[in-house]
Design a protein around this ligand. Structure first.
Ligand code: DX5
Length: 222
């Protein structure tokens, strides 16, 4: 049997009860999330609004699980300073939202936080090739961003494989995250394509036994 790459789960609370975030965080922890992904939706870059930097700060205070921030916002340059000192270890921003992605990657890195980028389904892998040596994570959206509970678009697998080949070519250690529509049915194929981190939200909160959900996905990968 071919050796599969090691992978991690990032639980996202977006599909949880936003009126009971502490409980949503606990469910992600108990399910076995290796990290938490907090989705900042600004109602502009994406049609939905989620929460802001104070929720990031409080989450980092109440959990031992490392927290990653996924900025689904216009003008991420304005948000990066607002997120300073909130306690998270990585910031992902969308290249579609920035006119100076390389500069922003450098700004984030200088502040001691791991810089990462995210790309929407319509953005090709080739659009970010020049950034790959400078980032810690490339997040491939498998869905239109902003909403939990969508089905993953089929070409996501090909895009992950393309990015894996590009990363190997430039000897980048960047991880590949896949975000949106991750379920037990597609998780193994995603890891085989080259994903390192699987973001799961409705796969946790839509599960009849949320705390068992990630173990089930892990078993499906083998
Ligand atoms: C969507 C967010 C995802 C989302 C994934 O824009 O970035 O983290 O919560 O949700 P599911 O797992 O339901 O596709």
């Amino acid at each position: 049997m071919p050796h599969l790459r090691p992978f991690k789960f990032a639980g996202s609370i977006l599909a949880g009860d936003l009126l009971n975030l502490g409980e949503a965080i606990r469910v992600c922890e108990q399910a076995g999330s290796d990290l938490l992904q907090l989705d900042i939706c600004d109602g502009h870059f994406v049609p939905t609004i989620s929460f802001g930097e104070e929720v990031v700060r409080r989450t980092c205070q109440v959990t031992k699980v490392p927290v990653e921030v996924h900025l689904m916002v216009s003008r991420p340059e304005d948000w990066v300073p607002r997120m300073q000192g909130m306690g998270h270890f990585r910031t992902l921003f969308h290249v579609e939202a920035s006119h100076r992605a390389m500069g922003l990657v450098q700004t984030i890195a200088k502040s001691g936080i791991e810089p990462g980028i995210a790309i929407n389904p319509e953005t090709p892998a080739s659009a970010v090739e020049s950034l790959l040596p400078y980032i810690h994570n490339i997040c491939v959206m498998g869905i239109a961003p902003g909403f939990a509970g969508q089905k993953m678009l089929d070409f996501t697998f090909t895009k992950i494989a393309q990015l894996r080949a590009m990363l190997d070519r430039c000897a980048s250690k960047s991880l590949i995250t896949v975000d949106g529509g991750v379920k037990a049915e597609n998780a193994k194929a995603l890891v085989e394509a080259g994903a390192d981190v699987l973001v799961v939200s409705s796969g946790i909160f839509g599960h009849p036994q949320p705390v068992e959900s990630l173990s089930e996905i892990r078993r499906s990968i083998g």
